[in-house]
Write a protein that binds this ligand. Structure first.
Ligand code: ADP
Length: 502
């Protein structure tokens, strides 16, 4: 039985895992890099150990150091979270060789699914439809041209080892294809140490819809329905929701059946996600499988009531799944917005700096999974995701309205965030109607990128004005023209930024 878990991660996901450990009476061990010394996951864990300097290569990716800390702390299991070492088969293998439990699938499944080309082949064998595409491309110009023509332009060249939206290239013209493949190969070699690339048909208006699955060591695999992740910027998810407003019940059934088949074909154990692209006619095609917890897992937790981290731990303990497919029910509607420390007005440049004020939304149906606090210094070393805002409501309309309300309440000053960009997404007709595909952000760019209504300077001014106005009640010298029977927006801003005891 697992009694002590080392969380080989940081930020919101480390905090989230530690929370489930505490509820399960399992001790938690945090690791932290030098700039993360004061990070929230360090405070939340039962024990914390320095793993190395800021750069990930010397800290959160340092396998031998992490194993050393696991031994020293007496941890009996390691949870990798997402990102960092979560899909590193060598890490999974070394953890197990060290006599520890790896909270994730077997190294073979990670390897098979980590290579996009291999995964496609496996899926074809398992009867799961894949996006029409090629095998590994070599340097034969004629063959490359012929392959592209057979698939039909536009095509996408993809690195087999790619991930995180990187290693993809769109080609629409036959005269560009050969050079594009050559460049894609050298980029793939540089970025992933593997120059294998292949071609895929470019689907014009697809939806990205994925299925959450859980598999145990006794051969049981269940699905926990789908997540619609088509609100993307540069192939990276920004907003996710469940159920998908796009697919029919019939398509949902077919997709979930295929997702379970996909997982079974690699004897999958643990939590995993089978990603599909769905075209305008609702034909769906396997895209890839992520062999870990996803960033967007809380929306599934919210609609099914299942704690996915606890499920991962129980599977890692060798226990059979405590439920069968028929026991898993979904209710209501959940939406997640990813809050990033970035500046939408400056090409979404990730930001760093000290958090001056933070007011997180509360109230019915609201969950925030974050890790920053007032005075926290955000560094440039890691992913700019600072929080996830997850909303649940009885139906989609109420969920959208609640998300708008929660984003309005969410106030962070000191660092730039994408909160107002997210508010605009919630106010876009296509989103409100649930009629959007992966091109939603490009299509609505003009509206989404309109000047932000309130800059940091404006927020500071609001605080000062609210303060002055408050003082003017008691101090005649400060009294100014506002009639106090009028509604004051300054006061409202001041309250939201919690600067004064109004
Ligand atoms: P990564 O592993 O880097 O996340 P994926 O293969 O999962 O890459 O694709 C990420 C996103 O890129 C998809 O959600 C989709 O928006 C877009 N995409 C990928 N392949 C295609 C394709 N063949 N046609 C159209 N869009 C695609």
């Amino acid at each position: 039985m697992i009694r002590k878990i080392l969380v080989a991660n940081r930020g919101e996901i480390a905090v989230r895992i530690i929370r489930s450990c505490r509820e399960s009476n399992i001790q938690s061990v945090a690791i932290y890099s030098e700039p993360d010394r004061t990070s929230m996951h360090v405070r939340y864990a039962d024990e914390a150990y320095l793993v190395g300097p800021g750069p990930s290569g010397q800290s959160y990716l340092n396998i031998s150091k992490i194993l050393e800390i696991a031994k020293k702390s007496g941890a009996d299991a390691i949870h990798p979270g997402y990102g960092f070492l979560s899909e590193n088969a060598e890490f999974a293998r070394k953890v197990r060789e060290a006599g520890l439990v790896f909270i994730g699938p077997q190294a073979d499944a990670i390897l098979a699914m980590g290579d996009k080309m291999q995964a496609r082949e496996l899926m074809i064998k398992a009867g799961v439809p894949v996006v029409p595409g090629s095998e590994r491309l070599n340097d034969d110009e004629d063959k490359i041209k012929k392959t592209a023509e057979e698939i039909g332009y536009p095509v996408m060249i993809k690195a087999s080892a790619g991930g995180g939206g990187k290693g993809m290239r769109l080609v629409s013209k036959p005269n560009e294809i050969f050079q594009a493949v050559k460049r894609a190969k050298s980029e793939a070699l540089n970025a992933f140490g593997d120059d294998s690339v292949y071609m895929e048909k470019y689907l014009k208006s697809p939806h990205h819809i994925e299925v959450q699955i859980l598999g145990d060591e006794h051969g049981n695999v269940v699905h926990l329905f789908e997540r619609e992740c088509s609100v993307q910027r540069r192939h990276q998810k920004v907003v996710e929701e469940t159920p998908s407003p796009f697919i029919t019940e019939e398509v949902r059934k077919a997709m979930t059946v295929r997702a379970v088949a996909a997982a079974k074909s690699v004897n999958y154990t643990g939590a995993g996600t089978v990603e599909f692209l769905v075209d305008a006619d609702m034909n769906f095609y396997f895209l890839e499988m992520n062999t870990r917890l996803q960033v967007e897992h809380p929306i599934t937790e919210r609609t099914t009531g299942i704690d996915l981290v606890k499920a991962q731990i129980s599977i890692a303990n060798g226990e059979p799944l405590p439920f069968e497919q028929k026991d898993i029910k979904k209710s209501g509607h959940a939406i997640e917005c990813r809050i990033y420390a970035e500046d939408p007005q400056n090409n979404f440049m990730p930001g760093a700096g000290r958090v001056l004020h933070i007011t997180e939304p509360l109230g019915l149906g609201v969950r925030t999974d974050g890790y920053i606090y007032e005075g926290y210094e955000i560094t440039v070393f890691y992913d700019p995701l600072i929080s996830k805002l997850i909303i649940w409501a009885q139906n989609r309309d109420e969920a959208v309205a609640r998300m708008k309300r929660a984003l309005y309440e969410y106030k962070i000053t000191g660092v730039k965030t994408n909160i107002q960009f997210l508010e605009r997404i919630m106010n876009t007709t296509d989103f409100i109607n649930g009629e959007y595909d992966t091109h939603f952000i490009e299509k609505n760019e003009e509206y989404l990128m309109k000047g932000e209504p309130c800059t940091l300077e404006c927020e500071d001014l609001a605080m000062i004005m609210a303060y002055v106005e408050h003082q003017s009640h008691s101090d005649k010298r400060l009294r100014f023209s506002l009639n106090h029977h009028q509604k004051s927006n300054w006061k409202e801003y001041g309250r939201l930024y919690r600067i004064n005891p109004f």
